[in-house]
Design a protein around this ligand. Structure first.
Ligand code: G4F
Length: 322
């Protein structure tokens, strides 16, 4: 029988790749789209999927829309990817961030409990929940204590905990994927990887004079979104609900990322990168490096992209598209 999947946040980087992956696996795919007056830009990532997926306007904060969508789609699997996903922006709009990323998950879980308690739920949890906490070897694991350092991270920790609570209390099949940073050509250019690559290409072409960034010394564990959405599906198709870290286990600083990209374009980043306080966060998460052994062993997941091939794909995209 054809399986039905509902994706919240289907218009985003991960939502669009996940929709493609599930269609390839033979799923019937439903998606929730937040109403926006400029639909052209909003749906660009899923343009090619038109006619193949079922889209409905809705919002995690509009409970009546969630009720309707669950009743209409009667999903076997629900992937909750909808969020205010930018960490620095969460300091500018903390209330909206907490409402969407935390209260939105309460709304979804309550609706699932009422309308489709047998549906499996994936929650997009984040390595931002760890804050500056790590094990003695510097890595983060499923067992590492979580001490978030942003409104975004705090809200994500709330929903992570709620997923575990509803799993135990109401026996829902509810799982967390604790995903470390993951990038692609579809990543919005206010995140650091695509911001650096896009601007470096523009500088090379004489269209920009310099690149303004915040903290150059933080380090991130960057993978490719296409690999990470495959993990989401494996997590929901495991025999029991559980929580899994998805990461590469390798980390790079923002400075090293700049060095690499500018050198690929035969430039020295020191000549073009300036620090602007505007992009420095009130509290910074300095170091992320995830140990995904549990997912690799239990789910058989492993990334296909390397850091190099991920970077090259994004660079090629901007060289062609700009
Ligand atoms: O690319 P970023 O904005 O990603 P961040 O904050 O790590 O969050 C991303 O990964 C999380 C998983 O850990 C997700 F949950 C979250 O939704 C998102 O996808 O920033 C990466 C690093 C930070 O240390 C930031 O301070 O880059 C530093 N940075 C330096 N200059 C900058 C800039 N980040 C941005 N966005 N813009 C800058 O100009």
């Amino acid at each position: 029988m054809t399986k039905r999947a509902l994706i919240t946040g289907i218009t985003g980087q991960d939502g669009s790749y996940l929709a493609e992956h599930l269609l390839n696996l033979g799923y019937e795919v439903y998606g929730i789209v937040r109403r926006n007056s400029v639909t052209e830009n909003q749906e660009s990532r899923i343009e090619k999927l038109r006619g193949k997926i079922n889209l409905t306007y809705g919002d995690l904060l509009d409970t009546s829309s969630i009720d309707k969508i669950l009743k209409n789609s009667n999903p076997d699997e629900i992937y909750n990817l909808a969020a205010q996903s930018h960490v620095r922006v969460s300091y500018e709009i903390p209330q909206f961030t907490v409402q969407t990323n935390a209260l939105g998950v309460v709304n979804l879980l309550e609706a699932v409990k009422m309308h489709c308690p047998n549906a499996k739920i994936y929650q997009a949890s984040s390595s931002e929940m760890f804050g500056n906490s790590c094990d003695d070897d510097g890595m983060q694991r499923e067992t590492t204590p979580m001490h978030p350092v942003s409104p975004y991270g705090c809200a994500k920790l709330f929903s992570y905990s709620l997923i575990r609570n509803y799993r135990n209390a109401f026996k829902l099949f509810a799982s967390n994927g604790i995903l470390f940073n993951h990038e692609s050509p579809r990543r919005a250019t206010n995140f650091v990887t695509t911001k650096i690559i896009k601007t470096a290409v523009q500088i090379k072409r004489g269209e920009m004079s310099h690149l303004e960034l915040g903290n150059l010394d933080s380090q991130r564990d960057w993978g490719h979104s296409k690999d990470y959405v495959k993990a989401m599906h494996l997590i929901l198709n495991h025999e029991k609900p559980d929580d899994f870290i998805i990461s590469t286990g390798k980390t790079h600083s923002i400075r090293d990322f700049c060095k690499l990209i500018f050198s690929k374009l035969d430039m020295n980043y020191r000549d073009y990168v300036k620090v602007n306080k505007k992009f420095i966060r009130p509290e910074e998460l300095s170091f992320l490096c995830g140990d995904s052994s549990k997912a690799r062993k239990i789910l058989g997941w492993k990334p296909e992209y390397t850091f190099e091939s991920m970077v090259d794909e994004i660079l090629e995209h901007f060289l062609k598209s700009l």
